[in-house]
Ligand binder design. Structure first.
Ligand SMILES: O=C(CO)[C@@H](O)[C@H](O)COP(=O)(O)O
Length: 231
């Protein structure tokens, strides 16, 4: 069996997605690449995570041609292999349907860098791709998904921002190793949740009206009180 150690770390990354609640049932997937051999190890398609074993992983070349494996590779294989071909320094890719990051993707919104937690991992907003055209959806949807990510990253260092939201779909995340990619996916969901709550708090906080401010403040402090505003 080829790449036993990489199979184990890809399996572990897939299981981490479940442990952290980033995927339901068979949603999502993880893969890793052995750059020396030009081989990719990826989760098989539609297999229950509870049943996954290292020997179930599928090994392909960088163009997605199966080299070893009896199960069907993940339906996102084309996206994973395209990212490996285009982002030469990454070692693993993870795709999840985690709730808050997916909500931003469905809203077609980038995740803004609103705090230091975000800035520790992502150098700026986590971008969102263009919506896939009907032609793309009618064509090679998965390949077009990969192209949409690569096109969105023109001028962005994928190591500085190790994630992208696919508009109308969900996030793809990457890293140096399968463990690193899964870790980044967990943090992505956390910063998406924090960004959503921050924006909601700001949006919901309309602030007190001037009339109420005057009524309450001057009732307590007397009409003579001034603080730079006319009563
Ligand atoms: O995003 C999707 C489907 O919309 C896929 O990622 C599935 O969630 C997982 O597919 P397999 O990896 O099991 O083929």
């Amino acid at each position: 069996m080829l790449l036993e150690e990489l199979r184990k770390s890809v399996l572990e990354a897939n299981l981490e997605l479940v442990r952290r609640g980033l995927v339901l049932y068979t949603f999502g997937n993880a893969s890793g690449v052995d750059r020396k051999q030009g081989l990719v190890v990826i989760k098989p398609s539609g297999v229950d995570y509870d049943e996954l074993r290292p020997e179930h992983m599928v090994v392909t070349d960088l163009n997605g041609k199966i080299v070893e494996g009896t199960l069907r590779p993940s339906s996102d294989l084309d996206t994973h292999t395209l990212l490996y071909r285009e982002f030469a320094d990454i070692g693993a890719v993870v795709h999840t349907h985690s709730e808050y990051a997916t909500s931003f993707a469905q809203a077609g919104m980038a995740i803004p860098a609103l705090g230091t937690t975000h800035a520790d991992y992502f150098y700026g907003s986590v971008p969102v791709t263009e919506e896939l055209t009907d032609k793309a959806i009618g064509g090679r949807y998965v390949h077009e998904t990969g192209l949409a990510i690569v096109n969105r990253f023109k001028g962005i260092d994928p190591l500085a921002v190790p994630a992208c939201l696919v508009a109308g779909h969900a996030p793809f995340v990457w890293g140096k190793t399968p463990h690193d990619a899964a870790h980044n996916a967990v943090v992505l969901e956390a910063v998406a949740r924090m960004a959503y709550r921050t924006l909601t708090l700001q949006a919901d906080c309309k602030g007190v009206s001037q009339a109420l401010l005057d009524r309450h403040y001057f009732r307590k402090h007397g009409a003579s009180a001034t603080y730079g505003q006319s009563c």
